[in-house]
Design a protein around this ligand. Structure first.
Ligand code: FAD
Length: 533
């Protein structure tokens, strides 16, 4: 029998050859089917199986909602999966996993859509539209917590918790989703309250065998450990419980200086890192963005967020600002509601839909040499790429108080996270902009010691090497757990961890495809049959 992949695979393959797609097309679509037979198989067997057993929406190409579910931050990625499923609940998610495993289909999970990984499977599970509820529990339990669904965006969670005067630490950009929580979650209260993963109390997860598990410090502890930094490798997280901290306001805002030269950047960032560095009070979170204004003129934008009294913040920031021979073109520092700080930050980030590439690295020191070449990179951006930015975020504080092996997120001793976000408009500019990203990354790597799990768009060929750096000394334990929870590497559209000993073939799928009664397998009596859409 022929062993070519099906229609959907072929279409996806063409799209995935585009720049920025983090993953190569899957080589293991349904086995033993020719292209024509796969189309028939999808229409007559796969889709009816979903429709009969899923309570949420089943959206093949051409249906309302299919295209909408495939929109992600990076406008260059436009795959054509066989079907998008918007699950109603975790049992629906488990059923999708079982069907995909049975038919040998690849599956990916989308939440906020900040990456291309979430829409790279033959079946896309879009959690964002249907599993996005938030519950804030501040009374009755031991400590205040927030429970949120796996399809929530940072904005959904922030709005619900801040309204009640509480915070759970999340990413600064409110457009990202639960994927950011599972990969770390670094934001403007990180030095005070830790990363998102440091505040996780519990997660509900659908694992590769189609079971719904609860993971916390008492149940499935090994899974709970792995979820905190490598989460997307171990299942579909359908809900999360996170600790809340009482905080309504912060002293925050941006101070913007023109970046006339490399010298100016060196002076500003050099003094910034001396005055407000790794050892600074943990109430202070801060970052420096090197980028351009709307006219394309280079600038340095310093962001500050102090989770404490205004006077204390001023004592830190004002002497630093007075030491500079420059006058800021903008200073928005003041006490404000934390929710406003989060909303403001999101406004400074280019809207979704441009072509973009993102790579990050960790540093122990911000030396003049590093500042120089980062500034040079901004001064020599490709033409029309003035939305591109290099973001230098101070770590330390609460982040560093957690041991490297206490969670899967390993780089606890890093002092800075540097993220390069290349943003451009036209396909013809892909090569030039990718070159800019690659060259800047190559120089940065001479000084850095590993990237964060978030902030990555990794070409498949580099995945194993990058994973080694991302997970560092925790990689071996993660590979052993991957073998335990996902031996076939079913959850592969992410910053991928290869199971210890290599991924094993999915025997179950092969048998099912060959079996004559395959379409009849999926009608569990517990799930009400539904008419075809
Ligand atoms: C503009 C921009 C700003 C950013 N700012 C920050 C920041 O301030 N701080 C920070 O920490 N990171 C930041 N990031 C990085 C971001 O956190 C990661 O890209 C993260 O993976 C995005 O998650 P998502 O749900 O939005 O994306 P998606 O593309 O939907 O998902 C990303 C990955 O997580 C998996 N995933 C998503 N949801 C689930 C789930 N419920 N269960 C299992 N797996 C899941 C997906 O399969 C995929 O592998 C930023 C990214 C961008 C593009």
């Amino acid at each position: 029998m022929a062993t070519t992949n099906g229609d959907a695979n072929t279409a996806t393959s063409a799209q995935h050859s585009r720049l920025n797609s983090p993953v190569e097309p899957s080589a293991n679509g349904p086995p033993f089917l020719t292209t024509r037979r796969f189309s028939t198989f999808a229409k007559e067997t796969i889709l009816p199986s979903f429709r009969r057993t899923i309570k949420g929406a089943v959206l093949p190409p051409g249906t309302k909602g299919y295209e909408e579910s495939l929109l992600v931050y990076n406008g260059a990625i436009q795959p054509r999966p066989v079907v998008v499923v918007r699950p109603y609940d975790s049992e629906d998610v488990a059923q999708v996993v079982r069907i995909c495993r049975r038919f040998g289909l690849t599956m990916s999970v989308k939440s906020g859509g900040a990456t291309g990984y979430g829409i790279s499977g033959q079946v896309v599970v879009d959690l964002a539209k249907t599993m996005n509820s938030v519950w804030v529990v501040t009374e009755g339990g031991d400590k205040p917590v927030v429970r949120f669904d796996g399809g929530c965006r940072v904005a959904d969670i922030d709005e619900a918790t801040c309204r009640r005067g509480f915070i759970t630490p999340l990413a600064t950009y409110q457009g990202v989703g639960a994927g950011s929580v599972l990969g770390g979650g670094l934001g403007y209260v990180g030095r005070k309250w830790g990363l998102s993963v440091d505040n996780l109390v519990e997660a509900e997860v659908v694992t590769a065998d189609g079971k719904v598990l609860v993971a916390n410090e008492k149940q499935n502890q090994d899974l709970f450990w792995a979820l905190r930094g490598a989460g997307s490798n171990f299942g579909v997280v359908t809900s999360v419980v996170s600790r809340l901290h009482k905080q309504r306001t912060c002293y925050s805002g941006v101070v913007i200086y023109p970046m006339e030269s490399v010298y100016a950047a060196k002076l500003i960032l050099g003094r910034w890192s001396e005055a407000i560095g790794y050892g600074a009070r943990e109430e202070m979170s801060t970052s420096a963005k090197l980028g351009c204004d709307v006219n394309g003129s280079p600038l340095v934008m310093l962001s500050f967020c102090y989770s404490g009294p205004e006077d204390d913040a001023k004592q830190l920031i004002h002497p630093f600002m007075s030491s500079l021979p420059y006058v800021p073109v903008m200073n928005s520092l003041r006490t404000r509601d934390y929710i406003q700080q989060q909303r403001n930050t999101t406004q400074y980030i280019p809207a979704a839909g441009y072509r973009y590439g993102i790579r990050g690295e960790h540093l122990t020191q911000l030396t003049p040499e590093v500042i120089s070449f980062l500034a040079e990179a901004i001064l020599h951006l490709p033409q029309d790429a003035t939305r591109s930015v290099i973001d230098v975020v101070l770590l330390g504080g609460a982040i560093t108080k957690v041991d490297e092996d206490a969670t899967a997120w390993v780089h606890r001793k890093a002092a800075y996270e540097v993220t390069m976000i290349g943003t451009w408009e036209e396909e013809e500019q892909d090569v030039e902009n990718k070159k800019w990203l690659d060259e800047t990354l190559a120089r940065l790597k001479q000084f850095s010691f590993g990237p964060p799990p978030n902030s990555q768009d990794v070409p498949a060929a580099e995945m194993a090497t990058v994973a080694e750096k991302v997970y560092g000394s925790n990689l071996n334990r993660l590979r052993a757990l991957k073998k335990k929870y996902d031996p076939t590497n079913f959850f592969r559209f992410n910053l991928n961890i290869e199971p210890e000993g290599g991924a094993v073939p999915d025997e179950e799928a092969t048998e099912a495809i060959l079996g004559a009664q395959v379409a009849e397998v999926f009608s569990p009596s517990s799930i009400e049959a539904r008419p075809a859409q």
